[in-house]
Design a protein around this ligand. Sequence first.
Ligand code: XUL
Length: 533
Amino acid sequence: MMAAAADGCYLGLDFSTQQLKVIAVDHNLNVIYQNNVQFDDELPEYKTQGGVHVHGDKLTVTSPVLMWVQALDILLEKMKNAGFDFGRVKALSGSGQQHGSVYWRAGARQVLQNLAYDKPLHELLQGCFAVADSPVWMDSSTTEQCQLLEKAAGGAQGLAEITGSRAYERFTGNQIAKVFKTSPGLYNETEKISLVSSFAASLFLGDYAAIDYSDGSGMNLMDIFAKQWAQPCLRATAPQLEEKLGPLVPSMTVLGSVSPYFVRRYGFSPDCGVVAFTGDNPGSLAGMRLQEGDIAVSLGTSDTVFLWIQDPKPAVKGHIFCNPVTSQAFMALLCFKNGSLTRERIRNECAEGSWEEFSKALRAVPMGNEGNIGMYFDAMEITPAAVGVHRFDKDDNKVEGFPKEREIRAVIEGQFLAKRVHAEQLGYKIIPGTRVLATGGASSNTDILQVLADVFNAPVFTIDTANSACLGCAYRARHGLIADQGVRFSEAVRDAPEPRLAVTPMPGAEQVFVPLLKRYAELEEKVFLESKQ
Ligand code: XUL
């Protein structure tokens, strides 16, 4: 029997590096169920650490694809045993760790279409994968392939202008090129290549699921503006690749209904829709309900920034992806390696290890740090590729050190200036109504958030993103069912919990920081060029 609309619920799954997660939300978007399967603990026979195998060269990193399949068997069994009513699920969607790839052997599609419901998926699909160990995003063994691809696409900037990113080792095209080069036999046995996301969708669909625009943007193979495969990139990667990749679809596409296997084995409704799966970062953007003009800043071991961008300018730093909640916009992802460890080092050296003292110092020195600027790249930074501590006085002269309180303000202002500078270089614009959404460890410190609000001249809200990718995909499942009626994602998730307002910018912040942003950009470029020599 079909569940009444008000009883319906939506599932979001997240096939991430260390675990598989599920969240169910009801019609009002309240979370009604969540569970997970930890790969290392619950599937010890695969002998993974943190969900992966790091190979002898330390550069190659893979995960057994059958482990992911078996994790889904376990998760669904857990849900069944907990009495979860699968018949209520109106639609499901999901996300996968970005960039990872799955190689289906010739004949696998037939197996997917004819799954015997009395057996678990991992038994049925045992012979279906030409490559047993899927390359994942932690792999960095494809430098040679990256160089060849950039050459074929007119250089790093040329490739970024087509695909949204310069060549990165973990990006799928370069991984596929390596499989073709090192194991041409296995490549030729492969009838279909999926991303982790579209592979997971294929399991539910009982057929090959299309790759969505947003996760497809993490491959170095897609023209993100034309939303098609970029032929020069395909040609430079491997033969017959377009056939093996299949079509690209908007991220909100309903791909079909769940396969009869799930109806008979678990009691799903035959009408339960499968909405295209996407990457975990796009999934998080949906979970955070980022809107036009918003920026999300995750303050963790490394700091990550997500942006909603209308008119992107791809660069050799950062990534531009198609936006997962509307085909009319883009998102950008920036990663800063020196995050909380650097903040903690300065706290230990200048504030006796106390966050309270650290906060006091932030309050004691006026915003703008009297024109002093610092860059603290303790480890080789990603954005930009530079290392070392670099301090400048108000006249751009290099200085050896700052007094303790000034050093504390310099590290926080420097980190946030960098985020705004790089965001704007990718085409991000602060607009009236812009919100900065902060998350991660340091987002509990209001004085740090005050600096963030001042540098962006926008209010800062805090959000909990522990499960944002998974939750975002439950929201996307709901939106997918009504997207073709013209309902926007933001309308579909209006009832979801709101982020909490933490701080608003101080009067005069824009006047202080506009000149500093310009100086920071110029000084950082200088540091970057010096580092290259
Ligand atoms: C993004 C990336 C990681 C993975 C993590 O480019 O490589 O964030 O998506 O799962």
